[in-house]
Design a protein around this ligand. Sequence first.
Ligand code: 4AD
Ligand code: MG
Length: 434
Amino acid sequence: MTTAPSLRISELPAHAGQHVVVRAWVTHVRSSGKVAFAALRDGTGVAQAVFVKSQVGDDLWARFAELTTETSVEIAGEARVNPRAPSVLDIGVTRLEIIGPSPSDYPIQPKEHGIDFLLDHRHFWLRSPRQRAIMVIRNEVEQAIHDFFYERGFLRVDTPILTAAIGERSGLFATEYFEEGTAYLAQTGQLYGEAAAAAFGKIYTFGPTFRAEKSKTRRHLTEFWMIEPEVAWNDSEANMKLQEDFVEFLVQRVVQRRRPELDELERDVSKLERITAPFPRLNYTDAVALVQRKGSTAKWGDDLGAEDEALIVEDYDKPVFVFNYPKEAKAFYMKENPDDPRTVLCNDLLAPEGFGEMIGGSQREDDYDKLLARIKEEGLPIEAYDWYLDLRRYGTFTHAGFGLGLERTIAWICGIQHIREVIAFPRMMHRLRP
Ligand code: 4AD
Ligand code: MG
């Protein structure tokens, strides 16, 4: 490999007519005997290397024959716009260096592969155009998340992954922690987020969270990323307003900036363009009545399952809030509803098109005695929550927050049915490799 300055393929259009150097991987080759072509990919775009036998000389022409799928190369030549395919620039090759040969048994071939095969070869599968489109959209969403909160004066706080306190009811990954007993991988950053909200006002956390859930559904990972804002002085109403503004911002950002990637995924963009605040709101009791009318066996008191969620959203083309669930269906930290103490001030936000719950949020119980009683009722170890209870003893405050599941949100935006495809290396009950 030379040390010549190289261009990324996405930069080539600005250099048409110039001599360029590109480093890339070969995706396929074809030859007429007189002219040969190698399609190139570098993660930013695709280009076509053109070898003309009468011009390149025998040596270079012979080296073209060594190019196989996924060979990595350095190519120099003139960048040219091909009038028949203006979006993919040609490079009239004058120099070819093979950097890394690739044996002819490259596992991913241009044919249908089963999902297990693809997941086993995830390290290669990521190189395909569709996977690239998903990861580019994921990156856009992550950047938009930071922009949204930064512009609104939120402080990002990174919360621990090794914890002693349990946040949610779902399964735990545990590990021995020196002399301190058992540590759990964080299911949520929320409890720490609440402490930070009392210190800084408006905060958000963004990190991996872990749930040892034995659910083999298309919506569950054992390791997923969550964004959790926590806001001092917000009540449940203000919390929902923040959620709809946030979701609108993320979706419209992708629509504006990632049209080519949405097209690569054949996503119906008109459905995303409609995602503007406000979103419809359904009281839990009304939601149960609605799904019962549609034949569900759900009864008041149950948390709503995936099938019920699908029944609710089918009448709408926007995400739907379901608010104020029964206490027993939800986590200990949610604030009792003063107007109906059987329920708590909380909400789920259900994605359209049957993509399910993408946000869970609530106003937090700020009354020391009520919170202590709930911790006891749930049988949680009080010692692990002393610092959390302190937040209610020293200057308690109205506050609310939520957790947005990054992968579920991206799956919906991309129109991908299974969330395993929207994270680079998914972790599921039966998958720890690669
Ligand atoms: O509803 P959850 O459990 O809420 C919390 O963890 C709260 N502590 C959030 C808060 O108020 N700060 O999870 C929030 C979201 C869900 O709506 C879903 O999008 C996602 O996290 N989620 C999962 N995503 C992928 N795989 C799993 N196993 C998930 N479990 C939850
Ligand atoms: Mg939830």
